[in-house]
Each structure stands twice: as C-alpha cells, then as structure tokens.
Ligand binder design. Structure first.
Ligand SMILES: Cc1cc2nc3c(=O)[nH]c(=O)nc-3n(C[C@H](O)[C@H](O)[C@H](O)COP(=O)(O)O)c2cc1C
Length: 198
C-alpha cells in the first residue's frame, strides 16, 4: 500500500504510522506544578537525543500539564517503564484536572530527586533527573488547532537499581522495558543481538 500524508488517505481504520515507528521507549514524565502538586504522565514521542551533555526530549500534542509544569518549574524526571507497571503507566495517561496527583491515582510512591525538585517514581527501575532547556514548537497542520511541541531537557543525574547492573553493564533485557507500539499496543522486548563495530 502507499499513501501521502497531505491527504492521509490510507484507507485503513486507524493511522498506521505509530505502528511502524515502533517500539518507542516511554518517558514516564514526573513534574511539579507551581503549587507543588506532583504530576505524572507517559510520553512515547520520547527519546535520548544526544550525549555529552545528555539531552532528552518528548513531544506534547497540545500544551498538557507536563509541558506547562516543566516550563514553569524548570525540571522533570524521566522514570523508566517496565512491563510489571503497565497498568500503572496506563492509568497515569488518564486526562484529569491539573490538581490531581497521578502518583496517588495510580497507587505509586514518590521519592525525592537529588538535584531537582520534581519527584521520582519509587517503583521505576531507573530515573533521569532533567533540567528544562527549551521548547521547540513544531509546524502545525493547516486548519488544525493541535500544536505539537518538543520539550527538551538536560539529564543532570541518573539513578539505576543496582540489581540491573551485571559486570558493570546495564542488563536492559532484565529491566523488561515497557515500550509503545501503535493502536492500543504496548511492546515487550523479545531478545538481543550483539556485533562488533566495523
Ligand atoms: C503509552 C502512552 C504514551 C503516550 N505518549 C504521548 C506522547 O508522546 N505525547 C502526548 O502528547 N501524549 C501522549 N500520551 C497521552 C498522555 O499521556 C495523556 O494525554 C496524559 O493525560 C497527559 O498528561 P499530563 O496532562 O499530566 O501531561 C501517551 C499515552 C500513553 C498511554
């Protein structure tokens, strides 16, 4: 099949694009609002974009609480998602009023960060403490009110559960990352292959 995005006439019941660019890591973004209320939500338009300094980014479709908080308070945490947390991750995607604490909503425990104000999810196996850098507004579609923004942060501290370090290396498979695919699908890693660089 073939279609052009200008018309999006793919003829399928759902847009296939997110099922193609998959699996995507999920940034489970925690932040604080100006009054100190914690916020937590999953973002799968998320990745590590650079190292030295380490930069992460996530895209928000319209200005949601996470973006609003981060732009006001200046920091956030990327909590790592694992398969055992699927229902809690999913629960924190619920659209709720800004004053609702999604940690409580999903039955998750908050722990303080070391260098920033935003709290971490205790149940997550790794965390990136990030300082807000900037927001890049992405080009919008004609006649659409939806504006996507790329929120960029610099990783200033990293926490890893020691039990996932084997001989000095992170055992990513053992961490069982929960990833995002298309539709309502989440992905589970099925294996690994290793090659020397040419
Ligand atoms: C696995 C998963 C990934 C998601 N990824 C994104 C994303 O990349 N960008 C986005 O705008 N919304 C995404 N959403 C929807 C948001 O999580 C949802 O709108 C949430 O309510 C936003 O919360 P906030 O207003 O507290 O930031 C995703 C939802 C799920 C379940």
């Amino acid at each position: 099949m073939y279609y052009e995005t200008a018309t999006n006439d793919h003829g399928l019941p759902h847009d296939p694009l997110k099922a193609l660019v998959a699996p995507r890591p999920i940034g489970w973004i925690s932040s604080l609002d100006a009054d100190g209320t914690p916020n937590l939500a999953p973002y799968s338009f998320f990745n590590l974009l650079a190292t030295g300094p380490a930069i992460v980014g996530f895209s928000s479709g319209s200005k949601k609480d996470s973006q609003r908080n981060i732009e006001v308070t200046g920091d956030f945490v990327c909590n790592f998602t694992s398969v055992d947390l699927i229902d809690k991750v999913n629960a924190t995607a619920k659209h709720v009023a800004a004053h609702v604490n999604e940690f409580e909503l999903a039955g998750l425990t908050q722990v303080e960060s070391r260098l920033i104000k935003a709290p971490r999810v205790a149940q997550a196996r790794a965390h990136l403490e990030c300082r807000y850098l900037k927001t890049v507004e992405l080009p919008g579609e004609e006649e659409s009110e939806m504006i996507w923004s790329l929120v960029l942060g610099q990783v200033v501290a990293v926490h890893i559960d020691d039990s996932y370090l084997k001989n000095g290396l992170v055992d990513t498979l053992a961490m069982e990352p929960l990833t995002r695919m298309g539709y309502l699908d989440y992905g589970v890693l099925g294996g690994m292959m290793t090659r020397e660089r040419p």
